[in-house]
Design a protein around this ligand. Structure first.
Ligand code: XBP
Ligand code: MG
Length: 264
């Protein structure tokens, strides 16, 4: 019998909210506070997003973009301290209300809860960032809406590795074909697909040109009444809105396609 959709696995950065510009400014604030002359422009940050995880991204910057000025002696501990300050700047920006949820996110989360779907967060960002975003966007008990918050360093290998999705599936006690992921980046898509989870993509400024081959659907956002979404790949959802009924159909279509491929 075909599996029914049981849970939505939600990425955070770029998916729940358009956060990367706020992350970029928080990194630069931490660098300036430490007396470093590193300054990440939007163009550079676009390239640095190839690597997920803030600490990993700083190391990647030093290795790949800072070659002209040797940075021997920058230890993992120093990077971790810098990154902790970045988290303070970032969560302060969230507390100041600088980061609204993306169109349709709040609606879909409420609809999913009402429909009895389980919810999980699957992200490479620091857990404090997730908590801050949720608490400043919903009510104080919001963390209880999510059966699993899989974040940051709970796995050794961040996206695009499958580890964080496998971790979340294990904690949920669900199989990959009982879930659907919502992601915004190629790294996120690869991570979900590597764990066997079909994925809907919503794009943003930093990810719109990425390769989303294998995605179940690509839209510009989830859509709201009066703010229709647009299809980038795949058919336009009815009423230009990604809702639970649409996700259930998309999930069923994905399973049918997988079944047909397996059957040759
Ligand atoms: C996005 C990321 C994160 C953030 C920065 O992950 O790659 O690293 O850019 O957050 P996702 P930290 O889309 O999976 O949420 O500095 O806390 O790592
Ligand atoms: Mg993301």
């Amino acid at each position: 019998m075909q599996q029914e959709l049981q849970a939505l696995l939600l990425d955070v950065d770029g998916t729940l909210a358009d956060t990367e510009e706020v992350h970029r400014r928080a990194f630069n604030s931490a660098f300036a506070e430490a007396g470093l002359d590193w300054n990440w422009s939007r163009d550079l940050y676009h390239q640095l997003l190839a690597v997920t995880g803030g600490k990993e991204r700083i190391r990647y910057f030093l290795d790949a973009f800072h070659a002209a000025r040797p940075v021997a002696g920058i230890s993992d501990e120093y990077i971790a301290q810098l990154h902790a300050r970045k988290t303070v700047f970032y969560t302060a920006a969230l507390a100041a209300g600088e980061v609204p949820l993306s169109p349709g996110v709040e609606r879909l989360i409420h609809e999913a809860r009402h429909a009895g779907l389980r919810l999980a967060i699957v992200t490479t960002t620091t857990e404090a960032n997730v908590t801050a975003l949720l608490e400043h966007s919903f009510t104080a008990d919001v963390a209880q809406w999510f059966d699993v918050i899989a974040a940051g360093n709970v796995v050794a290998k961040k996206k695009p590795a499958a580890d964080i999705y496998e971790y979340a599936l294990d904690k949920l006690g669900l199989a990959a074909d009982q879930c659907l992921a919502i992601e915004d980046s190629a790294n996120g898509l690869q991570s979900a697909l590597a764990a066997g989870v079909d994925t809907l993509i919503t794009i943003n400024h930093f990810t719109r040109d990425q390769d989303f081959t294998g995605a179940a659907q690509v839209v510009d956002h989830l859509g709201e009444p009066g703010q229709p979404c647009h299809a980038i790949a795949g058919a336009l959802p009815p009423d230009s809105l990604v809702d639970v009924a649409y996700l259930q159909r998309l999930h069923a279509d994905c399973l049918q396609r997988r079944g047909a491929q397996a059957g040759g």
